[in-house]
Design a protein around this ligand. Structure first.
Ligand code: FA5
Length: 346
């Protein structure tokens, strides 16, 4: 039997060396280790031996069986490595630096409008700033004249983090930081800043209210800023964005951080003013609240309200995009409906 085992081993080595594919390897496995394989037959033959012979021969057959099993595993790895190398050699070579012929993505409609407004205001000397999304209660409320327990906080219910910070409810939360960053302008100069950002409110969601939406805030501070400056910039903004006549109305509005304050509403572009779910049947949509910065807010920002005045506006950027592109429902913006969003490719 031992002689037989030596022959089987030699035969296996010879045949294994010639194996070049997984199929051939499987064939050889069956030929040696399968039900009627050469090694299996030797195992069966053990029963014809005496107890003593069985012990020695059994050990040898099992050793050979294990060697063959291991050799098959090793050879399989060699074959896989060879296949992998072949794939690499035959792989198509791409030059990833070549620009794509087609646009691979598109800007979100809100980004398009935001960039458009930023461009307009940059030409008028505005600096673009970015506000934090996670804010302190102080910046979001106290610093804009909304002390604790002020009823105006009810209108901007938001999400509180465990550390006491909040998701900002309006872009006005950045006013104080920006005033402190730039300070009062030099005599004869003005501080003009634009700061867009994402806002969060615990809202009842409907066609024109989301819990996550964008605002774009603007602020101008100087020694001689008046409501005329405010109205001029609002007019420029709307004319440039809509590139057509839009009907607006200005009415008094209360915000603790401006005095006087205004609401600028836009005639609903979806229904033309006759009333629809988007404008809650009123024909108008609140779009651009604004006003003259309250002296308390300037003071808290380190700017002397006896010397300086300023205006601020808080444009509802998401709603502006709805009106510009005739989007009936605000929820489409976050829906991931690419068909809807791709219409606005720039
Ligand atoms: C404010 O947030 C003030 N901070 C704006 C402001 C700034 C006034 C500076 C004066 C001076 P208001 O809560 O009205 O105001 O929101 C401003 C605009 O954001 C609204 O006119 C509306 O267009 C948009 N807006 C408010 N809540 C939502 C919402 N849930 N979903 C979509 N847009 C909203």
């Amino acid at each position: 039997m031992l002689e037989n085992l030596a022959k089987i081993k030699e035969q296996f080595s010879k045949e294994l060396n010639a194996v070049n594919s997984k199929d051939e390897l499987e064939k050889i496995r069956v030929a040696f280790l399968g039900k009627k394989g050469l090694v299996t037959e030797e195992l069966k033959n053990l029963r014809n031996l005496s107890a003593d012979e069985k012990k020695t021969a059994g050990m040898q057959v099992n050793k050979l069986k294990q060697e063959i099993e291991q050799a098959i595993i090793d050879h399989q790895k060699i074959l896989e490595e060879r296949e992998y190398q072949k794939e690499i050699e035959n792989a198509e070579v791409y030059d990833y630096s070549i620009p794509s012929e087609k646009p691979v993505g598109t800007l979100h409609p809100i980004t398009i409008v935001q960039k458009q407004i930023e461009d307009i205001f940059k030409t008028m000397g505005f600096i673009i700033e970015d506000g934090l999304e996670i804010q302190t209660e102080y910046n979001n409320f106290e610093a804009v004249n909304i002390p604790k327990n002020h009823p105006a906080r009810d209108m901007q219910d938001t999400y509180y983090l465990e550390n006491g910070q909040i998701l900002k409810t309006h872009t006005s939360a950045a006013q104080n930081t920006i005033m402190r960053k730039y300070g009062a302008p030099n005599s004869g100069e003005t501080l003009k800043v634009l700061f867009p950002g994402r806002c969060f409110r615990n809202e009842n969601i409907d066609a024109s209210h989301e819990n996550t939406f964008f605002q774009l805030e603007g602020m101008m501070i100087g020694e001689d800023i008046s409501i005329s400056n405010l109205i001029y910039f609002m007019k420029v903004l709307l004319t440039e964005v809509f590139e057509r006549d839009v009907k607006v109305r200005l009415r008094p509005g209360f915000f603790p951080f401006v005095e006087p304050g205004f609401e600028l509403d836009i005639n609903c572009a979806i229904c033309g003013g006759s009333g629809c779910p988007t404008c809650k049947q009123s024909g108008w949509l609140e779009l651009l609240p604004c006003g003259m910065i309250h002296p308390n807010v300037l003071r808290m920002g380190g700017i002397d309200p006896d010397k300086y005045t300023g205006f601020a506006f808080g444009l509802g950027l998401t709603r502006l995009a709805m009106m510009k592109y005739n989007i009936k429902d605000i929820r489409l913006f976050n829906s991931g409906n690419l068909k809807q969003l791709k219409q606005f490719v720039r």
